[in-house]
Design a protein around this ligand. Structure first.
Ligand SMILES: Nc1ncnc2c1ncn2[C@@H]1O[C@H](COP(=O)(O)OP(=O)(O)OP(=O)(O)O)[C@@H](O)[C@H]1O
Ligand SMILES: [Mg+2]
Length: 254
């Protein structure tokens, strides 16, 4: 599904290198989690996969379903089925939430979406997420609470139906009940779309108890330093990241 080989990414118009020789292989239907200290490059990885204009790939490749997408722009990557649930979703004043999602959907399926069926689908998806329907007609993310922004990202996911989902700190801002509801919606989607793969960026194992990962990677200083499974996420919560240095020092998981 997604194959990243020796990826180096720097900030555009700066010498700052963020990702250093990072490689990652995600097969269809797999769930991978990435954890790691603040400022180590997790969101940069998600933006580099999505093709954010601020980040420049200096070497290495990102392949999606066998095709090198490194030079495609964001909208072409979205059309191919890549979806990023952003850590900090952007406010777009003056563009209503429904207009935004309907336009995105029309672009992705390459035909105009019927307004009546669209509104019906949106309302049913909003019920699934316990989202207030007035949010359909408000400006995108304007005045949305932290949790509402995250739920609204998952509303987009339900409508746009991606093949590859990146969740960048979906759990930050969601209360315990909302996290459960949102994860149920994602799991239902994965149940119906078994080839869909997920990359979950998180600081806490709780979300991984709902959406079970096949692999847990630890990213530090722009590279994956260690790979394990759910047990690793629980150990990190208990002992912090210093244990990773000790494990690498002992030659474990080289
Ligand atoms: N647009 C930018 N301008 C300046 N520095 C940036 C920019 N984007 C990323 N960086 C820097 O690159 C590094 C990696 O940032 P990134 O957002 O990928 O971290 P992260 O691992 O997602 O952290 P967190 O866990 O806090 O979300 C940080 O030091 C950050 O300050
Ligand atoms: Mg981040």
């Amino acid at each position: 599904m997604l194959e990243i080989n020796n990826l180096n990414v720097k900030l555009k118009n700066s010498d700052k290198e963020i990702l250093k020789d990072l490689s990652l292989l995600i097969k269809p239907g797999e769930v991978h989690a990435i954890m790691g200290p603040n400022g180590t490059g997790k969101s940069t990885l998600s933006k580099a996969i999505m093709g954010h204009y601020n980040y420049e790939v200096t070497s290495g490749k990102i392949k999606f379903m066998g095709e090198d997408i490194s030079s495609l722009d964001v909208s072409d990557r979205a059309k191919k089925g890549i979806f990023l649930c952003m850590q900090d979703p952007t406010v777009i004043d003056g563009v209503s939430n429904s207009e935004f999602i309907r336009t995105a959907k029309s672009e992705i399926i390459n035909e105009k979406v019927n307004l009546y069926t669209f509104i019906k689908d949106m309302e049913s998806a909003m019920d699934d997420l316990s989202l207030n329907k007035n949010m359909l007609h408000r400006s995108l993310n304007k005045g949305f609470s932290g949790g509402e922004k995250k739920k609204n990202e998952i509303l987009q996911l339900k409508v746009l139906k991606p093949k590859f989902i990146i969740l960048d700190e979906l759990d930050s801002g969601l209360d315990v009940d909302s996290l459960r509801i949102v994860c149920k919606n994602i799991n239902d989607y994965l149940e119906e779309n078994k080839d869909t793969s997920v990359l979950i960026i998180t600081h806490y194992p709780r979300i991984l108890e709902y959406i079970k990962p096949n692999y847990v990677h630890i990213l530090n200083d722009g590279n994956i330093k260690y790979t394990g499974d759910m047990k690793l996420a629980l150990e990190i919560e208990k002992n912090g990241y210093s244990m990773i240095n000790e494990m690498i020092g002992n030659g474990v998981n080289e």
